[in-house]
Design a protein around this ligand. Structure first.
Ligand SMILES: *Cc1c(COP(=O)(O)O)cnc(C)c1O
Length: 206
């Protein structure tokens, strides 16, 4: 079985909560909002080498430079333009930015993410960018909340099958970022490699 990375989603919690989780051994943290994430990264600069920062919320093109300069991962690439800008703006002295494509598996109009049918073309475009600056690692989704293990597995299975289809085209990716506090078990059963957990670690966001 593949190992599963626990991404602690620290949105709405202050730097002190991240510091406490780091002291308890947690290394990877997820932020939804660019400004909030940047402020926390700055406030925790003394721990920077021991932390991995993941952007898991929407990214507009006017914020790509700040993200390319400060984060380690971006899970929410859904257009070639965003990936191009991140690659161009990633400072050469940093390791390549690790990215996932956000896929809209539930087909909800309000959610961001590329449609599953358009994901292969986007993946090819992103994988063609300079790997010294940006590396395509896999796929991410935020499924519509549903009750019940089997119903929760279905959208996760769509993403796993998409990853397999990309592998069949020669694009071998190793990351599936799915699963939040409410559907962790279903996500892991369908091969999640990163689970994004907020509430179950830090408590309710109030
Ligand atoms: C808030 C959030 C999470 C964590 O959600 P919880 O229900 O608190 O575990 C995971 N992924 C994304 C994209 C989020 O916005």
């Amino acid at each position: 079985m593949e190992s599963v990375t626990l991404l602690a989603v620290s949105k709405n919690f202050g730097p002190e909560a991240v510091r406490a989780a780091h002291a308890a051994g947690q290394r990877a943290f997820g932020e939804n909002y660019v400004q909030e994430g940047l402020a926390k990264i700055a406030a925790l600069a003394d721990l920077r080498a021991g932390l991995e920062w993941h952007l898991i919320g929407p990214l507009q093109s006017n914020k790509t430079r700040a993200v390319a300069e400060a984060f380690d991962w971006v899970h929410t690439v859904d257009r070639p333009k965003i990936a191009q800008r991140l690659a161009e703006q990633r400072p050469p002295h940093l390791p390549p930015l690790q990215v996932c494509l956000q896929v809209n598996v539930s087909g909800e109009a309000s959610k961001s993410g590329v449609a599953p049918a358009e994901a292969p073309a986007l993946a090819r475009a992103v994988a063609a960018l300079p790997r010294a600056r940006l590396v395509l690692r896999g796929l991410m989704s935020i499924p519509e909340p549903v009750e019940g293990f089997e119903a929760q597995r279905r959208p996760h299975r769509v993403l796993r099958e998409l990853l397999a289809a990309l592998a069949a085209e020669g694009l071998v990716l190793d990351t599936l970022s799915r699963g939040m506090s409410a559907d962790l078990e279903a996500a892991i059963a369908e091969g999640a490699t990163i689970v994004r957990v907020g509430t179950a670690i830090f408590g309710a966001r109030g």
